[in-house]
Design a binder for this molecule. Structure first.
Ligand SMILES: [Zn+2]
Length: 241
């Protein structure tokens, strides 16, 4: 379970300039979460991130709707939430404890829920720092980003999906409405992003984002419709008896 420390607000951010489209994973290059807060508290360091995690602890430095100075890239700094994973060991390995990774995945699921990013997918709405800037960061976590997305999606599913035991017609209508909106959006989205990112944008998985999300929504909708049909069939059976 995430244990939230008191926030340590950083002076280093772009006020109100974060239109959240994804998450960037970092390693902190330190073994102390307190040291992260100290670094981000200095304006002269010109660095920040939204969160750091260590073991069960989570600490926030920048509001999610403000752009943190974490990725060395204008688009990423104004469209993503940055999470620092505090290391378990220093140079040269910079390992990260599994409990820290788990807390990071819980936080990713939490962010996905609040910003409608589910399902999380590498290069689509989750990146490593080095995807935006020439850096070693996020170190050992870079090769685990697919795994971390899967784990965060499982946490999301267990937390936010399975508990919806009663499927109402309103739920189904809401999802159908979102499907329709996403289909309409996707007509514009690819064209916009192609202009903005150019051919390299494909590396960020941008061009398939909407069609993928629409398919996920349709998939989720079908599961709910199916559950509804099963529930009604069970009621009919009960009435027969
Ligand atoms: Zn980084």
């Amino acid at each position: 379970m995430m244990e939230w420390l008191n926030p340590a607000w950083s002076p280093n951010f772009y006020s109100g300039q974060n239109d959240v489209k994804g998450i960037v994973i970092h390693h902190a290059a330190t073994t102390s979460i307190e040291a992260v807060a100290v670094t981000f508290s200095h304006a002269a360091r010109q660095a920040s991130a939204h969160y750091a995690v260590q073991n069960d602890m989570v600490q926030q430095y920048v509001h999610e709707y403000d752009g943190a100075w974490h990725a060395g890239d204008w688009w990423a700094n104004t469209h993503t939430i940055g999470i620092e994973n505090v290391n378990a060991t220093g140079e040269p390995d910079w390992l990260v404890d599994e409990r820290t990774v788990e807390t990071c995945c819980e936080l990713m699921a939490d962010i996905a829920y609040r910003h409608d990013l589910y399902p999380l997918k590498r290069n689509e709405n989750v990146w490593g720092h080095k995807d935006f800037q020439a850096t070693y960061c996020p170190g050992v976590l870079y090769d685990r980003l697919d795994w971390m997305c899967d784990r965060a999606n499982t946490i999301y599913y267990n937390t936010y999906v399975e508990k919806e035991d009663e499927v109402t017609n309103e739920d189904i209508e809401k999802i159908a409405q979102r499907c329709a909106e996403r289909v309409a959006e996707s007509a514009y989205w690819d064209v916009d992003k192609k202009a903005e990112w150019g051919a390299e944008g494909k590396g960020k998985g941008g061009y398939i984002r909407n069609s993928y999300n629409v398919m996920r929504l349709v998939h989720d909708l079908l599961i709910k419709v199916n559950a509804k049909v099963d529930a009604l069939a069970a009621k009919v059976d009960a009435l027969k008896k």
